[in-house]
Design a protein around this ligand. Structure first.
Ligand code: SAM
Ligand code: ZN
Length: 416
């Protein structure tokens, strides 16, 4: 059990301010009052965590939950927010989805967060028989739901400080048997992008070093770790959406049960090797098939190896299509966030089967020419009959089925 030092903090001790996110009113700790230094990362120094930047993450959660509910005929759908902070996410779900089948379980290990959640529920009338509040360690909650309360959640959201790794196993073990959804946020992106190889190995069980596809690698490493935990429980986890936005990763997985299903997971796992000199790369599927250790260009020497990682799509075109429809209709979603999400989802859906990307800026630099406009390169490739799209993982890169050699010639031709 995590020990929080705020047990004696009473609500009257907090300086609160009313805000509105989506269509939902809520009290949060007043950021102006608690701000001590300009450089301070405020959300974690508040007595109860609230980060306005994460609105897009919550908007997405609302859309994903709505999408899930549209696809199920269950008469009770439990959504568990295991680390709820002020409760903003759960209150928004209750308030903005408005479906009597939806039950929200919110929990936070911090006693102050729990008090604030209760207060918000009472003040704004979100309190209903469809809302359950807890104040305990998230892993303890998952075990309790499973063993004592016999509640089988359809959706679990893990939104911790830093790594979600310690919570994945217990969350998966208490999810509903058939088609459930796991939503995971990770903010410890430094090990996942390869800045701290030892921490990546310790937390995620993968070798990750600095690499040219760092954000996509990060999502694929996290997908691998969650899938591996799943197979222990004979659960197959299938990613349907893997985003790297601002400073965080948001990964969404659907689960399927059964030993045979779980065994299939390992067919989607593999290794990547890349050449640190020219950035060419090679993906090898299978846990025991090791990638080449030399670049194919003579003189470039040894490649770097990363893995195991998930090597199959991290965007499922069917689910993404449904999600796009929901986002277009859900009017409580902030307009700016809606436009951003739709652009990302349309782009990623088009090339969801392609792993990694080519950085046009990098190619132009090597050719000693100016970088052409990325959209112009995309259109050029499409006209030549290739599939091509921008990717949110890197604003100067393109996912395409054209070869690197073709792309180099294209950049030479288009470069201003
Ligand atoms: C990133 S914040 C959650 C923010 C919230 N989901 C939102 O959308 O605003 C992480 C929360 O996890 C809580 N927490 C940290 N460790 C925990 C644990 N082991 N079990 C449950 N809650 C925990 C913290 O008190 C904090 O409120
Ligand atoms: Zn090379």
């Amino acid at each position: 059990m995590v020990k929080f030092l705020d047990e004696n903090t009473e609500l009257e001790d907090l300086k609160l301010v009313k805000i509105k996110e989506g269509f939902t009113d809520i009290f949060v700790p007043d950021p102006h009052y608690y701000k001590q230094k300009d450089t301070e990362y405020l959300p974690t120094s508040l007595p109860v965590f609230y980060n306005p930047v994460m609105e897009i993450n919550r908007d997405l959660t609302i859309a994903l939950t709505k999408m899930y509910m549209d696809q199920t005929i269950d008469d009770k759908i439990y959504f568990v927010e295991a680390m709820a902070g002020t409760g903003i996410r759960g209150f928004r779900l209750l308030n903005e989805i408005r479906d009597d089948r939806l039950y929200i379980i919110m929990n936070d290990a911090s006693p102050t967060a729990f008090k604030l959640m209760k207060y918000n529920a009472e003040v704004f009338g979100y309190d209903s028989e469809r809302l359950l509040l807890f104040n305990m360690d998230a892993n303890y909650l998952f075990r309790k739901l499973h063993s004592d309360l016999h509640i089988k959640p359809s959706i679990i959201d893990i939104d911790p400080y830093g790594t979600p790794a310690p919570f994945v196993f217990n969350a998966l073990s208490c999810l509903k048997k058939k088609m459930s959804m796991l939503l995971v946020t990770a903010t410890d992106t430094a090990p996942l992008v390869g800045k701290f190889p030892n921490a990546a190995l310790r937390k995620y069980g993968s070798r990750v070093v600095k690499n040219p596809f760092s954000k996509e690698i990060a999502v694929r490493v996290l997908t691998y770790m969650i899938g591996r935990e799943g197979t222990i429980l004979s659960i197959k986890t299938i990613p349907i959406l893997g985003l790297f936005l601002h400073h965080f990763i948001r990964l969404v997985l659907i689960t399927e049960r059964g030993r045979r299903k779980a065994d299939e997971f390992w067919q989607s796992v593999g290794w990547i090797s890349f050449c640190p000199v020219c950035n060419s790369y090679d993906v090898t599927r299978g846990i025991t098939s090791f990638p080449s250790s030399q670049c194919f260009i003579k003189g470039h020497g040894n490649t770097e190896i990363i893995g195991p990682i998930w090597v199959d799509p991290i965007f499922d075109p069917d689910y993404i299509g449904s999600l796009i429809n929901v986002i277009e209709r859900q009017n409580s979603i902030n307009k700016k966030n809606r436009e951003k999400m739709l652009e990302i989802l349309h782009n990623e859906r088009e090339v969801s089967d392609l792993i990694f990307y080519y950085d046009i800026q990098d190619i132009a630099r090597r050719l000693r020419v100016s970088t052409p406009q990325i959209n112009v390169v995309v259109e050029f490739l499409k006209k030549k009959g290739f599939r091509a799209s921008r990717t949110h993982f890197n604003p100067t890169a393109i996912k395409t089925d054209a070869s690197i050699h073709f792309l180099i010639e294209a950049v030479k031709e288009i470069a201003p």
